[in-house]
Structures are given as structure tokens and as C-alpha cells.
Design a protein around this ligand. Structure first.
Ligand code: CU
Length: 276
């Protein structure tokens, strides 16, 4: 049984993430900050765990009743000790709260795009870009819609032509991407571990999150809210490419969609003629 269990775990290395910590580093700053907070809390928790378990195991061995020996001392209550660890625990919680609030701003507030990122001057000259989401900077706003069982992305329009895609989200590197997340059926959760925390996708409500990827790469994730029988297949990838490549993709996608829509309406017209 143990062997089979170990084999199963080895067969699913992605379930380990980074073994002890969340997947991190090389994605986006908010994910890195979440990882740092996790490590700080884990170290404090680890020291306490080792201390408590150490004293417990030591006492079990050192002060156990020996065969034929007298009954060990029975101690009930120790006010200074109990006061001590109550105050100590409260101090640790306060320290954790202060550290968390120190990081929280950097996690929730989008950082600015890099000068090399996509701007109205280069990659986004064909699309409208949103100015409001990032203080003092610009961002690429993408609308994410969870649907049983896929993710739909709506990008800025290209010369009036809507641009959308599924499963793979293309983004330019060095550019702050702000996501507006919602759902058109049940509750889902958008989660690309290396690009930040989970964001619920709720029907009738819009949640926001952001990321900025500095190097080209592919970042995988999946729906993190059980949403029905196809939940396990509700994966997503974010593909970060250089701004010029992103612009080319955006234009091509707009043209493909325009073409497909034209063909569809033509097919409908033809059907309409044959069957009034
Ligand atoms: Cu789901």
C-alpha cells in the first residue's frame, strides 16, 4: 500500500508544486510576495512545531513511569507558563499581521509596466488600452469569463473588431495585465499559481487581479473551484510573448474572427434563402 501510494505521488509531481512552498519565482511579483509570506509563516510555525514536539517527546521519555518505580509527579496548571504562551502566541499573531500588511500593498496593487512593455506606441497601437487600473501607468485589460468547462478571454478591440480566445491567454511581456474576472454560469476560480493568488469567478460579479511577466514563457493553471463534472478539464495557460509578437497575434486573431463571422453570416443567409 505504501509503495503504491509513493508511486502515485511520484507520478504526479505537479501535485507537489515546489514541494513545501507554493509554485513561485519567475512569474509575477504578487505570486513571489505570496510565496515570501508563506515561507515566513512556515519558518515561524516550523520553529514552534519543533519546540512543542521536542518538549513533548523529551518529556514522554524522560519523565515516564518506570517499571516498579514511583508514580511520576502529577502537575496540574502553571499560571506563569500559561500566561507566557498565551501572550507569546498573541505577539506572534501580531508580528505575522504586521508582516502581512507590509506585503499586502504589493500583492493587491498592480505594479507599472516596464518601459519595454507593450504601450500605445508599439504593440498596442491597434488596440485601446486601459489607463485607470494602474496608478500612474497603463495596463492591458483582459476580461476573463469562466464557463462550464472552459475559460474565455476578451482582449481590447482591434479597430472595432472584437478579439477573444479560449484556454490559452496571450500577453505581452513587461506589461501589466489587469484581469476582470467573472462567470456566466456557476462559481469558478481563476488560478495560475506563478502569477498570483486565486480569484473567484462569480456570476453577476467582477473580481480583479493582475500580473506582470518579465520574460517570455508559458504559465499553466486551472480552475480552483469545483464547478461540475468537467472541472478537472478546466485548465488554462498564459503565454507571454514579446510585445511585437503579441501585436501580430492580436491582429491575426482579429482577422480570423472577422473572417469566421463573415462566413457564418453568409452561411446563415444561404440557409435563410432556402428555408424562409
Ligand atoms: Cu472548476
Amino acid at each position: 500500500m505504501l509503495g503504491a501510494l509513493a508511486l502515485l505521488l511520484i507520478a504526479a509531481p505537479s501535485a507537489f508544486a515546489d514541494f513545501f512552498t507554493p509554485e513561485n519565482k519567475g512569474g509575477s511579483r504578487n505570486a513571489d510576495d505570496i510565496q515570501t509570506l508563506f515561507v515566513i509563516a512556515m519558518i515561524i510555525g516550523g520553529v514552534i512545531f519543533a519546540g512543542v514536539e521536542g518538549v513533548l517527546v523529551y518529556s514522554l521519555i524522560r519523565f515516564r513511569r518506570r517499571r516498579g518505580g514511583p508514580e511520576p509527579a502529577q502537575i496540574r496548571g502553571n499560571t506563569p507558563l500559561e500566561m507566557g504562551w498565551t501572550v507569546g502566541a498573541a505577539v506572534i499573531v501580531a508580528i505575522l499581521a504586521v508582516i502581512t500588511f507590509a506585503f499586502l500593498g504589493g500583492i493587491t496593487t498592480p505594479e507599472r509596466s516596464l518601459p519595454s512593455g507593450a504601450t500605445a506606441g508599439n504593440a498596442l497601437q491597434v488596440a485601446s488600452i486601459d489607463q485607470a487600473s494602474v496608478p500612474g501607468g497603463h495596463s492591458l485589460e483582459i476580461h476573463v469569463n469562466g464557463q462550464q468547462y472552459l475559460w474565455r478571454y476578451d482582449y481590447p478591440a482591434v479597430r472595432g473588431q472584437q478579439v477573444f480566445g479560449y484556454y490559452d491567454m496571450y500577453v505581452p511581456v513587461g506589461t501589466t495585465v489587469t484581469l476582470k474576472i467573472t462567470s456566466s454560469d456557476v462559481a469558478h476560480s481563476w488560478w495560475i499559481p506563478k502569477l498570483g493568488g486565486k480569484a473567484d469567478a462569480i456570476p453577476g460579479h467582477t473580481n480583479s487581479t493582475w500580473f506582470r511577466i518579465n520574460r517570455p514563457g508559458i504559465y499553466a493553471g486551472e480552475c480552483a473551484e469545483l464547478c461540475g463534472e468537467g472541472h478537472a478539464d478546466m485548465r488554462a495557460r498564459v503565454i507571454a510573448v514579446p510585445p511585437a509578437q503579441f501585436q501580430a497575434w492580436l491582429v491575426r486573431q482579429a482577422a480570423d474572427i472577422k473572417d469566421a463571422q463573415a462566413k457564418l453570416s453568409l452561411a446563415r443567409q444561404i440557409r435563410g434563402e432556402g428555408n424562409p
